[in-house]
Ligand binder design. Structure first.
Ligand code: SF4
Length: 279
């Protein structure tokens, strides 16, 4: 990716960032690289969840399949087209956040940075995300521009820009979507199945009958073992258990200490935006 000073650029950082990078150093580093704004995807994840909640509440005529994982979506489109109607017709956190930042920061080149290769394909289907970089590609950019791991230059703002949500910081873990869905008054725990890894997913998709998978109402599925913290676009620095720990620890830290930094993520700020999508 080239930074063109004629056009401002905005980085939408996937919440799995903390599984490999240090916070808040990563925010400094992204700004030093040339991004004019750096936002977290977490508010987008909250809007994904709120849209899911409505659908799961209003339509129970099939077993719904989560749709933020483009690898899973591609497998369903290619091999199980009869199950396309089971994919929840809502944008992923990247898609939701793309719509939010296009509204609030018009004219920016909007770049998603995350652990996933197939997000590049998803972005091609959207008007709201201009480019996708994997963490591996980001590392190469840091290297080519000699951006150190620690920056203490006071020209760069320490925290993320506007929009924030703390509980969706666990989204990149397997089950992160359903754990943050706040479904208790519409679904029971036994209505939800959380699974990860392509082999497990294929078994489930093979076993669908007449639009249902057993008695489940919602399947929270991710193609990578362990979830997005184990995506193919990450240069693994820590074992997977450590990556999970880092995500949880950052969530706890943010909940305790970052509430008062002046950023919000209220539903009303996304009013008027349509987060539904088709597959
Ligand atoms: S589980 Fe893997 S393939 Fe799916 S969205 Fe996450 S990183 Fe991408």
């Amino acid at each position: 990716m080239e930074f063109n000073k004629a056009k401002k650029s905005l980085c939408m950082l996937a919440p799995s960032f903390v599984s490999i990078y240090e916070y808040p150093d990563i925010v400094y580093r992204l700004r030093a690289l040339g991004f004019d704004k750096v936002v977290e995807i977490t508010f987008g994840a909250k809007m994904t969840n709120l849209s899911y909640y409505q659908i799961l509440k209003e339509q129970n005529d099939r077993t719904w399949i989560s749709s933020p994982c483009p690898t899973l979506v591609n497998v369903i489109k290619g091999k199980y087209p009869h199950l396309i109607r089971n994919l929840v017709p809502v944008h992923s956190p990247m898609g939701c956040m793309g719509l939010i930042v296009k509204k609030y920061f018009p004219g920016y080149v909007n770049v998603f940075v995350g652990p996933c290769l197939t997000k590049k394909m998803e972005a091609q289907e959207l008007d709201s995300v201009d480019e996708v970089l994997t963490f591996k590609e980001l590392d190469e950019l840091f290297k080519s521009k000699n951006i150190p791991e620690k920056i203490t230059d006071s020209r760069f703002t320490i925290t993320f820009d506007k929009f924030y949500n703390d509980y969706t910081k666990i989204y990149p873990l397997s089950g992160g979507l359903s754990d943050t869905l706040q479904y208790e008054d519409i679904l029971k725990k036994k209505d939800i199945l959380v699974t990860e890894g392509m082999a497990n997913i294929i078994k489930i998709l093979d076993d669908f009958k007449d639009g249902y998978y057993k008695n489940y109402k919602f399947l929270d599925l991710l193609a990578c073992e362990g979830g997005c913290i184990n995506g193919p676009g990450i240069d693994y620095k820590y074992p997977i258990k450590e990556r999970i720990k880092r995500v949880k620890k950052y969530k706890e830290y943010a909940t305790r200490y970052e509430k008062d930094l002046g950023r919000t993520g209220k539903k009303t700020q996304a009013e008027g935006l349509d987060f539904s999508r088709t597959f």
